[in-house]
Design a protein around this ligand. Structure first.
Ligand code: PAF
Length: 303
C-alpha cells in the first residue's frame, strides 16, 4: 500500500516507521525532524527498534506518490488546517485519524473528508529530530463512522497489524473515541501538571483517586450524549497508564517542548459538552484551567 502519515510527531513517526517495512510510506512533519530522517533515517528505540529509511517532507503536495490512505496524526488543534491541505491535494483519498480529542472525525466529515475513525493507545516519546522511543504498546481500533464493517477498513486493519500495530475493527468507533478521550482526560493533564511519567498516576493513592473521579465525570458526560462506551473509563485509564507507564504523555511532552497542548480538545471538549447538558464538570474544568496556566507560565518562561 502507499500511505502518507500526515503529522510525523512521536506517534505518526512510529506508525510510519513500522509501516515502511512492507509499504511505501511518506511522512509529513516539521522541518528539523524530516531533514534528519531524510539524511540518516528514523531511529526508533524501546518496544520497537531499528533505523528506518522513510521518505519525508514538510508538505503533502511533495509526496512522491498518490496514496491509498492518509493516516492523520497532526495535533487536534490543527485538524481544520490539515483537512484543507488534504482537500487541496488528495481530495478523495480516505483518511484515518489517530488523533487525540473527541471531535476530529466530526470536523473531518463536516469538511468533506472521506474519513474513518481511529484510536490508539501506543505511548511514544519524541526524543529529538529523527529519534523516537516506543515507550508502551496499547490497543488500536479503527472503524467506519456509520458503523459498517467495510472491506477498506478490514484491509487497512490487516496492513497495520502486519506492520506490528495490531488493529481491531469496530462497529462502534465513536464509543471507542470517547473511551480513549476519557483516558486522555485523566492521564494527559495530571502528568502535564506534575511533570511525571504516566505510571505515577497508579503509584500515588491520591492520584489514583483523582484519576477515577475524572474518569467517572467523563462517563457521566458520555452518558448525557447517549454515547455507547465499549468499556469503563475508570478501568481503561488504569490499563493504559500501566501499559504506557514509562511514557511521557503527549501533553507533558508539549509542555516540556514549549508547545501548545491539546487540553482544549480533550478536557475542554468534555467541559463544553457538560455545560450544554447541565452537568457540573468540576474536574475537567480545573484540569483545563491548570494546563492552560502551565502553557502561559511556559510563555513567560517561568518553571
Ligand atoms: O496522549 C498520549 O500521551 C497518549 O494518548 C497516551 C495513550 C495517553 C499515552 O501517553
Amino acid at each position: 500500500m502507499r500511505i502518507i502519515v500526515f503529522g510525523a510527531g512521536a506517534l505518526g513517526s512510529l506508525f510510519g516507521a513500522l509501516l515502511s517495512r512492507q509499504n511505501e510510506v511518506y511522512l509529513v512533519g516539521r522541518k528539523e525532524h524530516v531533514e534528519v530522517i531524510n539524511y540518516r533515517g528514523l531511529e526508533v528505540e524501546g518496544k520497537s527498534d531499528g533505523t528506518f529509511e522513510v521518505s519525508a517532507g514538510e508538505r503533502l503536495k511533495d509526496a512522491p506518490f498518490y496514496p491509498n490512505w492518509i493516516i492523520l496524526t497532526v495535533k487536534a488543534y490543527q485538524t481544520e488546517e490539515a483537512a484543507d491541505e488534504i482537500l487541496n491535494t488528495f481530495p478523495n483519498v480516505p483518511v484515518v485519524s489517530f488523533q487525540n480529542g473527541i471531535k476530529n472525525e466530526e470536523i473531518l466529515r463536516e469538511m468533506g473528508i472521506n474519513a474513518v475513525g481511529g484510536v490508539t493507545s501506543h505511548g511514544v516519546t519524541y526524543l529529538g529530530p529523527g529519534r523516537i522511543r516506543h515507550a508502551g504498546t496499547g490497543r488500536t481500533v479503527i472503524g467506519e463512522l456509520d458503523g459498517r464493517i467495510s472491506m477498506r477498513v478490514r484491509a487497512l486493519a490487516y496492513v497495520l497489524s502486519e506492520a506490528g500495530i495490531i488493529t481491531e475493527v469496530s462497529d462502534n468507533i465513536k464509543g471507542e473515541i470517547w473511551l480513549k478521550g476519557s483516558v486522555n482526560a485523566v492521564i494527559n493533564p495530571i502528568t502535564a501538571i506534575l511533570g511525571v511519567e504516566n505510571g505515577y498516576l497508579l503509584e500515588i493513592e491520591s492520584l489514583r483517586k483523582l484519576g477515577d473521579e475524572v474518569a467517572e465525570e467523563c462517563e457521566e458526560i458520555a452518558r448525557a450524549r447517549s454515547i455507547d462506551l465499549p468499556g469503563r473509563p475508570i478501568e481503561e485509564w488504569k490499563t493504559v497508564a500501566e501499559m504506557t507507564k514509562h511514557n511521557l504523555s503527549s501533553a507533558l511532552q508539549d509542555i516540556k517542548n514549549g508547545k501548545r497542548t491539546e487540553i482544549r480538545e480533550i478536557n475542554g471538549a468534555f467541559l463544553k459538552i457538560a455545560e450544554k447538558n447541565g452537568i457540573n464538570a468540576k474536574y475537567n474544568r480545573v484540569l483545563t484551567e491548570m494546563v492552560i496556566a502551565k502553557e502561559k507560565l511556559n510563555e513567560l518562561k517561568i518553571d
